[in-house]
Unconditional design. Structure first.
Lengths: 604, 297
């Protein structure tokens, strides 16, 4: 089996690239990636230095934070051995600052710790277990959320005796609903993952599933939240101290700011130091939190958009054989920028042509570039895609390089599109009818009433037995097959020259698929419309196509008449594909239950 | 005669309705079927037929509201967590989506050691067994150290198969295990399934919407529609000469990769549809004649 070097259809699944170097890079531990982020290193460094200074207070200064000296009142910086001077009570500002750091750290640890312990534990329980238990936890945490936080902390002052540690415990409880909701939502989203089911089938006890499979996914966002919770705890503790809640003997940024505030006109610097330190601490926490988020959640940097080099239209040169057709694609190549900034080609030199009324099957496995080719013809490539060369001509007119506005005159009128997932291509918030009417009126100016009648006629044309009911329905009220019929109705409304259908039946049941293929065949005949059918299914090709183009890794390896291709494939890749088909003759014939004994021994 | 490996009788599954006081919604209406040791029982049906729910009920991931699931004669319909853990040695699963069925954060070796250590294997035993398993599903030895995202879809599905095989089960529920795979990969993974069955005589409950896939791996086939089994029988017969009109329709709707044969099949389908339109009761009458849950042969 190959490692599928370019198993990427960038528009569809960005995450599925099997680039070994990239995979290895993302396998590198988050901590290592964090160390390469200057913002994280600087903010974490600042925090470490501040915390370390706080811990080393007794070694750095020989004055206690509450040790007052009458002759040092409002002393200048440096005098009396006071590095930053004395405050209005003659206490060492520097010593008080360092002790305030310790207070803040303790406040942050208590507040965050309690919030995390309660929030994570109940988030796991509420998310993982059944609905009844969740209803209870949900109710309790919603109740906690309604408490007015700061007010409650002040009101509870007689209970806490003003001890900021007890206050922070209560504040932790008040913070826990946020953590609870975060964890609960994350758990709900991974609980239905198949790997959790597989773990349950393996007989893993709940506790192991929670700790091994679920906590792991929850971990990242919780680490991020922790940084912000710590900031919030420090802020609230300082705020309460500023308001004068709690004993004045506990050095705290809040109390220092309050002191400095009253002394502002005489000694403005007394106000500055605590404010600055508090600001630096909280800002560092927020910045560190953002860096953590980038590393743990954001992952890779967005590839920046590279302006497309002007495509080299080959007009004038090839007015020969191929150009008589309705659609002519010549030497089309397109590329996507990789995270290293280089361009990676996903379609390299595709040439194909389509006559009016003809069906061409574009076949290939995932990552072969068939959808990208279709998108390039439609002019709906994602912004970062770059068309490096080639030409796409419809009825002799070059489509590459047209402005968005000019393209709108082509798309939806001469060329229309039917997608793979009918449901996700209908707006769930408005009725099927209004979406059809809107589409019809964009391409052909007519009154709302006329467009409505036209939509109804189209709906019954595509085989919907009760068009009025479907017209008034919302997308979720109709089945997938019905939705695909609706999209086909919208696509043929403008009587297009070319319909591009990208795996139009892949998401549908076989019986519905057969009906949709019948419908497309009938419509094509009726409108003399060309059909470009992108598919991976050779059964669909055999059923509906006149000619086939086989794509492999961005190139067309073989084009031919459908009968010839099936009876005498020329390219080895086409042969491999056809050999992999499971046909009527591949029925299993051996009898069950007779395991080869020699094999069995070997396997043990 | 010893009890069959898996015996479902009158199995019903009801999902609670969504919203306040919504009516519960029954998705399996009394399904009965038997699976023998070492055979593949294919379950084919369209979306909404209840085939996935059937598999989940066998695995204990949904609780049946009626009927019985018997494994080697033992009733496991309402097995406790502890009993399930013991059963995990015998009943395993391979899911459809090779992307979400493997924990993205765990290395392949950890994924494979999980079922082994749960069953009480030591780290050393587990490591030896993992090397054996990787070899058995055709993955390189260093795969154990790598993360799932470093593998292609087909390789991930091989990891999932290796995980299922780890405890040497006697039944593996395969829920659309090849639907998400490319054509060439699909053929190889199916061959791997057959190959493993020949070596280990594990039985498969093989769920798929694709008759061609079912035909390729199954000894016997049950056709499901709307939470009921409409036809059970020998794989060759059900997938080539079906008796029930619904199965006939299913067979004719699946396009054959051969333009000439497909044209004939399409015409035949149109004839069947025309007949059905002329005589709408035909399906119901045949349904009463069949006896689901019995061996076809």
């Amino acid at each position: 089996m190959s490692t599928a070097p370019s198993n990427a259809t960038p528009a569809r699944d960005q995450g599925d690239r099997h680039d070994p170097a990239e995979a290895a890079a993302s396998r590198r531990s988050p901590l290592r990636r964090l160390l390469r982020d200057p913002q994280a290193v600087i903010s974490a460094g600042i925090l470490l230095v501040i915390v370390a200074l706080g811990l080393l207070t007794p070694l750095i200064t020989d004055h206690g934070p509450n040790q007052a000296s009458l002759d040092a009142i409002n002393a200048d910086a440096g005098s009396h051995g006071y590095l930053l001077g004395g405050d209005k009570s003659g206490r060492d500002i520097f010593a008080r600052l360092l002790s305030s750091v310790n207070t803040s750290v303790v406040a942050a640890l208590i507040g965050t710790g309690i919030a995390l312990a309660i929030g994570v534990a109940f988030g796991l329980i509420g998310g993982y277990y059944d609905r009844r238990l969740r209803a209870v936890t949900e109710w309790v945490f919603s109740l906690v959320m309604t408490f007015p936080g700061l007010l409650l902390l002040i009101v509870l002052l007689p209970v806490t005796n003003g001890d900021y540690r007890v206050t922070m415990m209560i504040f932790g409880v008040l913070l826990s609903p946020g953590v609870y909701r975060l964890v609960r939502n994350l758990v709900l989203s991974v609980r239905s993952e198949l790997y959790v089911d597989a773990a349950r089938v393996s007989g893993l006890p709940d506790r192991r599933i929670l700790s091994r499979h679920i906590l792991y996914t929850v971990r990242g966002p919780v680490v991020i939240a922790t940084a912000f919770l710590a900031g919030a705890s420090i802020g609230v503790q300082s705020g309460l101290a500023f308001l004068g809640v709690g004993p004045s003997t506990v050095p705290s940024f809040g109390a220092m700011i309050a002191d400095g505030f009253t002394n502002f006109y005489e000694e403005p610097l007394q106000f500055l130091w605590p404010s600055l330190t508090l600001g630096v601490i909280t800002a560092s926490l927020v910045l560190l939190g953002n860096s953590l988020r980038d590393v743990l959640e954001g992952g890779r940097p967005e590839p920046s958009r590279i302006t497309a080099p002007a495509p080299r239209p080959t007009t004038g040169l090839t007015t020969g054989a191929g150009s008589s057709g309705l659609l002519t694609v010549e030497d089309l190549a397109l590329a996507y920028p990789t995270s290293s900034g280089e361009l990676k080609e996903v379609v390299s030199g595709v040439t194909l042509s389509l006559e009016a009324g003809e069906t061409l099957g574009l076949v290939g496995e995932s990552g072969s570039g068939k959808t990208q080719t279709a998108f390039a013809i439609l002019g709906v490539l994602p912004a970062e895609a770059v068309v490096t060369r080639g030409s796409v001509r419809l009825d002799g007119r070059e489509l590459l390089g047209l402005s968005e506005r000019e393209l709108c005159g082509v798309r939806g009128r001469a060329v229309t599109y039917v997608p793979q997932e009918p449901m996700s291509n209908l707006d769930p918030s408005s009725t099927v009818g209004s979406q059809l009417v809107e589409g019809i009126r964009t391409t052909t100016p007519m009154s709302r009433r006329e467009a409505g009648e036209r939509a109804l006629a189209l709906l019954s044309r595509v085989g919907i037995s009760d068009p009025r009911r479907v017209f008034a329905s919302y997308p979720h009220q109709i089945s997938g097959g019905m939705a695909q019929r609706v999209l086909i109705a919208g696509a043929v409304a403008s009587r297009p020259l070319l319909l591009i259908a990208d795996e139009p039946t892949t998401a549908l049941d076989v019986t519905v698929q057969a009906e949709i293929l019948d419908l497309l065949r009938d419509l094509r005949k009726e409108l003399n419309m060309a059909l470009l059918l992108v598919t991976h299914d050779f059964g669909v090709v055999a059923d509906s196509c006149d000619r086939v183009a086989v794509m492999q890794q961005g190139e067309i390896v073989e084009t031919g008449d459908v009968l010839d291709l099936f009876s005498a494939p020329r390219h080895p890749y086409t042969r491999t594909l056809l050999d992999s088909l499971l046909d009527e003759n591949s029925a299993r014939t051996d009898q069950p239950g007779v395991a080869d004994e020699s094999w069995q021994k070997e396997a043990r | 005669m010893t009890a069959p490996l898996l015996d479902l009788s009158g199995l019903r599954v009801t999902y609670p309705g969504r919203g306040f006081r919504a009516r519960p919604h029954e998705v399996l209406h009394g399904v009965s079927l038997l699976a023998r040791e070492g055979e593949t029982l294919g379950i084919v049906g369209e979306s909404g037929s209840g085939k996935t729910t059937l598999g989940r009920a066998v695995l204990g991931l949904v609780t049946p509201s009626g009927g019985h699931v018997r494994f080697r004669g033992r009733d496991i319909t309402h097995a406790s967590r502890k009993e399930r853990r013991a059963l995990a040695r015998d009943i395993q699963v391979v899911f459809q989506d090779p992307y979400s069925s493997l924990n993205p954060a765990l290395a392949v070796g950890d994924i494979l050691s999980e079922p082994l250590t749960t069953q009480g294997a030591t780290t050393r035993e587990a490591r030896d067994r993992i090397a054996e398993l990787l070899d058995q599903v055709g993955l390189p030895k260093d795969a154990a150290r790598r993360l799932p995202r470093e593998f292609s879809g087909g390789q991930r599905q091989r990891v999932a198969i290796a995980r299922a095989l780890a405890s040497e089960p006697s039944l593996i529920v395969c829920d659309e295990p090849v639907s998400a795979l490319d054509l060439t990969t699909r053929a190889r993974v199916l061959d791997l399934f057959v190959d493993i069955q020949r070596r280990t005589s594990v039985a498969y409950l093989f769920i798929s919407h694709d008759l061609a896939v079912i035909r390729h791996v199954s000894h016997r086939v049950s056709v499901m529609r709307g939470g009921e089994i409409v036809e059970t029988g020998d794989a060759g017969q059900v997938t080539s000469l079906p008796r029930h009109p619904y199965t006939q329709m299913l067979l004719l709707a699946a396009p054959v990769p051969d333009p000439v044969a497909q044209r004939e099949r399409r015409q035949e389908r149109h004839r069947l549809l025309a007949r059905e339109r002329a005589e709408p009761g035909a399906v119901e009458r045949v349904e009463q004649g069949t006896d689901p849950g019995q061996f076809g042969s």
